[in-house]
Design a binder for this molecule. Sequence first.
Ligand SMILES: [Zn+2]
Length: 399
Amino acid sequence: MSGPAVASDEDLPRWVSEKRAAPVYARPVSDSFGVTARDGTARAGILRTAHGDVRTPAFMPVGTKATVKSVAPDELHALGAEIVLGNAYHLHFRPGEELVAELGGLHRFMGWDGAILTDSGGFQVFSLRDTLLAVDDDGVTFRSVYDGTPERFTPELSARVQERLGSDVAMCLDICPPAGVPQPELEEAVRRTTVWAERQRDLPRAPGQLRFAITQGGLDGELRQRSSEALVELDFDGYAIGGLSVGEHRRPMFDATTEAAGFLPEDKPRYFMGIGDPEGVLEVVERGVDMFDCVLPTRTARTGSALTSEGRLNLRNARFAADARPLEDGCSCPACSRFSRAYIRHLVNQQEILGLRLLSLHNLRFLLDLVAAARQAIERGEFLTWKDEALRRAKGADE
Ligand SMILES: [Zn+2]
C-alpha cells in the first residue's frame, strides 16, 4: 500500500483517482434512477452518477466548451447546480478528447467534481445545415465550424470521444432534423437514429458512465412511437426527447412532449433537449420530463437581461437608472446579495464584464431555484397550483 504510485493516487480527491480506472465494457451502474414522488405525470427523483446524486427535475447549465460561460465551478456549486453539460463536437475539435484524457478527464480538466452529461455532437452537426456534406448509414460528413475542413462523425467516434472525456452521462449520436422537413427525411432520421443507437449500445464506456438514447420523430406521433419503442427495446440507462424545440410552435411542441414522454418507461430518466425558459421548463416538468438544458440563462445575461419571478428585466432600460432594489427580492445569488439594479445597469451599459457575470450568476440561480421549487411542489402534491401561480406572476410584468 505504500508504493509511490498508490501514495500519489491517495493524495488526489476520490473523483480523480476513480477516473484513472480502466474503461468498463458492461452496464456499469444499476438502479441509476429512482422516482421519489409523483404528482399527476410530473415526478421528482434521483439520478445516481459516478460523480454524485442529481435531484430531478434537474436543470443542467450548459458548458459547451468545458466552461459555463464566465462562471467558475465553485460558483456553480454554490448556485445549486449538480450536473452540467459539455459537448462532444466542440471538445473533439478543441482541445481534443485525447488531450483532455491525458490531463485526467473532463472533470479534472474543467475543475468540476459534480456530474457531467455530454451531448453527442449530433445536434451541432445537423443544426449547422450549411456545413452538412453527406449522411449515410455509417455516419455523417460535415465541415468543421472551426476551420472548414471536412470531418466525419460516426456513432463509434462519438461514443469514443465521450468515453475519453469521461462524462457521467453519454448521449447517443442521433439525427436531429429541423422543424418542417419533408416526411421522408423525418422517417429516415428515425431509422438511422435507431441503427446508430444499436451500434452504440455496448461500446466501451468511461467508469460508471451511463448512456442515454435519443428519440426522434418531430411532431409526428407515429414516428415518435416507432423511434421510442425501438430504443426502449434496446434498454438504455435513460432517454432523451430529441428533435423538439427546433423551431416549431410551442403548443404543438408541448403536445408532442406529452405524447413522447408517454412512450418512455416510468423507471428511466427522461431528458428534454434544449429548453430553458421558465414557462417551457415548467410545461415539460408537468409532462413527466426529469432533465433539461439550455443556454438561455447565460445567453440572456449577455444581452443585459435578468430572469425574475415577475418576468424578464432588460437592464438597459432607463427605468432602472436609479433603482436601488436587487434584481429579485429574496434571491441569495452574488448579484442580488450585494448590488442594485442601478449598479448592474451601469455595468451593462459600460460593457463592464462584471455586469454580464453578475447577470449570468443571477439567471442561473433563478432557474435552478425555480426547478428546485418545482421539485418541492411535486413532493407536496401541489405542482399544478404552484405552476399556475408562478406563470401568472411571470406574465404579469414581462416586458
Ligand atoms: Zn439574484
